[in-house]
Design a protein around this ligand. Structure first.
Ligand code: SF4
Length: 440
């Protein structure tokens, strides 16, 4: 008899890649994917457990799904991912509706878990979260013209506020030949944009090859026919070397958009948070990147209300943002994560951290608006992805827009989905550019 499963993927792009791997394994084993857990034999919930809000979302999703199980319209629940890993000792005690749990080193066991829950057998698997990365094929759920390409797992940086190294284990690079093979396969299936991800991509290769290999990897990825854009997410600021900067500057396939989470700019806070480098190092890096890479779009993430952040330190951060004019920025209020060194450090109340986060976003809004408006009158390449039925306009992204986090370009034209169009921009509003295909 054919069994069905629904898959709910929460959290970040790295988690989504694990969901895509489970999708592959389950469908290969003969299970049928359905869009809704209501009526399915199994619901797989791939959770995030990074910060409080993510944990709340994961628990709410499990509880909602448990209601379906209680009413008889869902057979069983399997919970995987970061929340499962982080609370492996207590998760089933706290949420007894869960039938099976897999940690972040055990995605390959999903089919065994599914078979077990169908037979009403308990199943738990928590393999070593610092073992070599499992090379599991996947069904790409993004795109069709773009896909994430995960190049490493885990993190060795141990920033004082972050639970990731405890959840996702030590930094492990994937072998370069495996990454290239996957990228070639993606290109053969029509992917034009690769979004290179890991907790920290700048460290790529150090564990496997004894030196940083991101520049070499990018060079080899750019030799793949069909790949037009390579986008780099999560570069650690102190790991840039000349080879990498030159590669980014000179390789036309690497989009001039870099996501470099800095978290803060104050020296005392950076030190306390176990971040390497000083505020001046970050200032110098940004100036150097802007000088070497014309048109560069910088994205960063920040944390407001970190331990050690008083009014003076917050003011320093605001002054830096006014000067640096970072085109894309996200900010989280500090959340003291269990088991991290920062949990025990003194800090402002959450409401104050939130207020500061809002002030940062207010400060950033005109900077981001000015940047968006700077495209008016220019003709830029846009990767066309879909059509907005209401307006009838095509929707795509420029190099300045990473999927799911940035804006988009809406334009008149005839460009097929998955192809590039040259678009003349004539308006901008709320992070969205409007224009028309130049040669339509
Ligand atoms: S670099 Fe720091 S913030 Fe980023 S995942 Fe690693 S420990 Fe966490």
């Amino acid at each position: 008899m054919e069994h069905t499963f629904a898959l709910i993927s929460l959290g970040c792009a790295k988690n989504l890649v694990n969901s895509e791997q489970m999708l592959y394994l389950m469908t290969e084993a003969g299970f049928t994917l359905v869009p809704d857990p209501d009526g399915a034999d199994i619901a797989i919930i791939n959770t995030c457990g990074f910060i409080d809000s993510a944990k709340t979302e994961a628990i709410d999703t499990i509880l909602e799904t448990a209601e379906l199980k209680k009413s008889g319209s869902l057979g069983a629940i399997i919970v995987t991912g970061c929340l499962a890993e982080r609370y492996k000792d207590s998760i089933q005690r706290e949420l007894p509706e869960i039938d099976a749990v897999l940690g972040v080193g055990s995605y390959a066991d999903i089919v065994s878990a599914a078979k077990a829950v169908l037979e009403k057998r308990a199943f738990r698997a928590f393999a070593d979260n610092s073992a070599a990365v499992d090379e599991i094929p996947r069904v790409v759920s993004t795109g069709p013209s773009w896909a994430y390409l995960r190049i490493a797992e885990g993190c060795n940086n141990f920033c004082a506020f972050c639970a990731i190294p405890y959840i996702r284990g030590r930094y492990r690079s994937r072998k370069m030949e495996n990454i290239l093979e996957e990228a070639e396969d993606l290109a053969e299936h029509g992917v034009k944009e690769l979004i290179v991800i890991a907790q920290d991509i700048t460290r790529y290769g150090t564990d496997l090859y004894g030196h940083r290999c991101l520049a070499e990897l990018c060079r080899k990825l750019s030799e793949i026919d069909g790949i037009v854009w390579i986008r780099l997410h999560y570069l650690y600021p102190d790991q840039f070397d000349d080879e990498l900067i030159d590669e980014i500057a000179d390789n036309p396939k690497i989009v001039k958009y870099l996501d470099i989470p800095i978290q803060h700019i104050n020296n005392g806070i950076l030190k306390k948070m176990n971040r390497r480098g000083t505020g001046d190092d970050i200032r110098a890096l940004f100036s150097r990147l802007r000088e070497k890479i014309p048109g560069l779009v910088l994205r960063t993430s920040l944390i407001s209300g970190l331990p050690g952040e008083g009014e003076k330190e917050f003011e320093e951060l605001c002054e830096f943002l006014k000067e640096a004019k970072i085109e894309r920025a996200g900010v989280f209020p500090f959340s003291p994560e269990e088991g991290t060194p920062a949990e025990k450090m003194e800090h402002v109340p959450f409401e104050e951290a939130q207020r500061r986060a809002e002030l940062i976003m207010e400060l950033q809004a005109p900077i981001m608006d000015d940047f968006t408006r700077s495209f008016i009158g220019r003709t830029i390449p846009v990767l066309c992805e879909t059509k907005d039925e209401e307006s009838g306009l095509l929707v795509g992204r420029s190099y300045a827009d990473s999927p799911d986090i940035d804006g988009c370009v809406m334009f008149e034209g005839t460009c097929p989905f998955g192809e590039f169009a040259e678009v003349l921009i004539d308006d901008a509003e709320d992070g969205v550019l409007y224009g028309r295909e130049a040669n339509a």
